[in-house]
Ligand binder design. Structure first.
Ligand code: PHE
Length: 369
């Protein structure tokens, strides 16, 4: 088989190992992109997850990301106590996609979202913005969260997600030594994107000593040269000494190689799927690092945004709910871990699975399918 064929070959075998329900596979012929929508569960009718747009080395990597992220979303909705199933869309674009082709690609994707008739709701994720949500909603309304404020949405979900991470940091510090304050604590933020940059600002305002790591030259110059924060290059990010390490970039970064290097007391961040495998939560526990599970900590967007866009909450009401839910669920996770002698990953999954098994989550006012 030619190299290109094998790169583009559809990885059916990955579906065999997946415990979710369906994957919609939609080739976008004009651009050569592949749209994948993974629906993990329709237990509550509709499923929801962000739209990630990037170039993957091959289709297998793209599908794998969609499947894992959709499963993660199922746990995130359950941890947030809300009745959406887990889902995720991945748009695997050719590396040389002309930016002028992007709007039409997004509109065609929006049409697909509309055709699904409410089975799938979406919002922004890595590689997409609120402006992209506006374009998707031109053809995909009303199933699109986080449109710009001008277009009637609530805009970027980064700031409310970062607010949730900040609350997660406070609850974790309280568990560490009884004091939730970030004042004087050293926090290393990995990734200064939409969530990371908003978190950095909160932490600075709270008196924390903030270190950051980032790959984008413009963001590095901004936070290092204009704001005056200490920059940690990628090769030192896992063994830099800090109180809390906050991964706010991509997943899989806590693994057999990185965990032994860590010199922090806790890990609390917004990236989805931070653990390369579930056993990594046990590795963190064995090293005495307090891990606040990602899908609890990063649920600020999924609690706050549907609250504001579907339930009519004001931004300050949304912030209050996000703070209460994240701190409340984290305390339950910490207590269950102590009481049952299990790692934080298992404890968080057990709490989410219990909510799913009993269907005891809050239902959103969505049309019945
Ligand atoms: N990227 C978001 C997440 O992973 C997706 C999202 C944001 C979905 C806001 C709905 C509303 O949680």
């Amino acid at each position: 088989m030619s190299e290109d064929r094998s790169r583009l070959e559809f990885p059916n075998w990955l579906l065999e190992q997946w415990t979710g329900e369906s994957v919609i596979v939609h080739p976008d012929r004009p651009t050569g992109a592949l749209i994948l929508i993974a629906i993990y569960s329709t237990q509550f009718g509709s499923a929801c997850g962000g739209t990630r747009m990037k170039s993957y080395p091959d289709r297998a990597r793209a599908l794998q990301d969609a499947l894992r992220l959709a499963e993660g979303m199922a746990y995130k909705w359950a941890a947030a106590d809300l009745g959406f199933g887990g889902a995720k869309a991945v748009i695997d674009v050719p590396p040389n996609l002309d930016t002028r082709e992007r709007p039409d690609l997004l509109r065609r994707y929006g049409t697909l979202v509309r055709q699904l008739g409410g089975l799938f709701y979406t919002g922004p994720d890595v590689g997409t913005t609120s402006a992209d949500m506006d374009m998707i909603a031109e053809t995909g309304a009303p199933f699109v969260f986080c449109r710009t404020r001008e277009a009637g949405g609530t805009g970027d979900s980064g700031p409310i997600t970062a607010w949730g991470v900040y609350q997660g940091l406070r609850a974790t510090c309280e568990k560490l030594d009884g004091n939730p304050s970030l004042d004087g604590r050293t926090v290393l933020v990995q990734g200064a994107g939409s969530v990371g940059s908003a978190l950095i600002e909160r932490l600075c305002n709270a008196g924390a000593h903030v270190l950051f790591s980032e790959q984008d030259g413009k963001l590095i110059r901004h936070f290092r040269d204009e704001i005056g924060l200490e920059f940690i290059p990628a090769e030192r990010v896992y063994n830099a000494e800090c109180d809390v390490f906050s991964p706010c970039a991509l997943g899989g970064i806590l693994n057999e190689q990185t965990i032994p290097q860590l010199r922090c007391r806790a890990v609390v961040g917004s990236a989805n799927n931070q653990l390369a495998s579930p056993e990594d939560a046990g590795r963190l526990r064995a090293r005495g690092v307090l891990y606040a599970p990602d899908f609890v900590v990063n649920s600020g967007g999924v609690v706050g945004v549907p609250g504001m866009e579907l339930l009519g909450w004001s931004r300050s009401e949304a912030e209050q709910k996000v703070a209460d839910k994240i701190a409340g669920t984290l305390r339950k996770v910490f207590a269950l871990s102590d009481q049952a002698g299990i790692d934080m990953g298992k404890a968080a999954r057990r709490i989410a699975e219990e909510r799913l098994a009993h269907g005891s989550v809050e239902r959103l006012p969505l049309p019945r399918l």
